[in-house]
Design a protein around this ligand. Sequence first.
Ligand code: AMP
Length: 190
Amino acid sequence: MKYFVLFGPPGAGKGTQAGAMVERYNLCHLSTGELLRAEISAGTPLGLEAKSLIEAGNLVPDSVVEGMIESKFRETKGVDGFLLDGFPRTIAQAQSLDGMLAKTSETVSGCISIMIPDSLIHERIAHRALIEGRADDAKDEIVSNRIQTYHSKTEPLIDYYRKAGKYFEIDGTGSIEEVRQRLFDAMDKL
Ligand code: AMP
């Protein structure tokens, strides 16, 4: 099985590109943000716990997302791998992922990073807010908190995967098609 980590700041275009990637490589798309939003919509206890954290632009506890990912790994059949979108988001989550995969002597195939400058993050999220209606996209201070959380807790993962020789960075500026082609060029080699 292949395990691709799709990495990048909020608004980089991970969700936009994921569909084409899962289709081309027969992957299961696992977005922890989407899984959490589904729990919130369903009104589950986990959703209730996550709601206020997400709406404030903070991360939910590592153990919550790690549990969701591990059960999806167990349940999912008939794919050649997984596209992890929005997970891992902390060094602890990355270590936990390595631990989960080690149980079956597997490893992360590569961390594919879509990179855009901070100035474009605000612009992309403001655009998405009009289309998707996500509560955590709507307020400037919440978006700023998410960007700050990305820099302090998630960006250190770049070094984590770089040291493992598994970090591949893609320029996320330009058209959706241009970015998609850059992603395919990188993933074809993995
Ligand atoms: P996303 O859809 O990936 O932008 O995620 C939306 C929100 O869900 C984030 O701002 C976090 O509050 C929460 N979230 C998603 N994935 C994770 C994760 N791996 N660890 C902690 N919180 C997460």
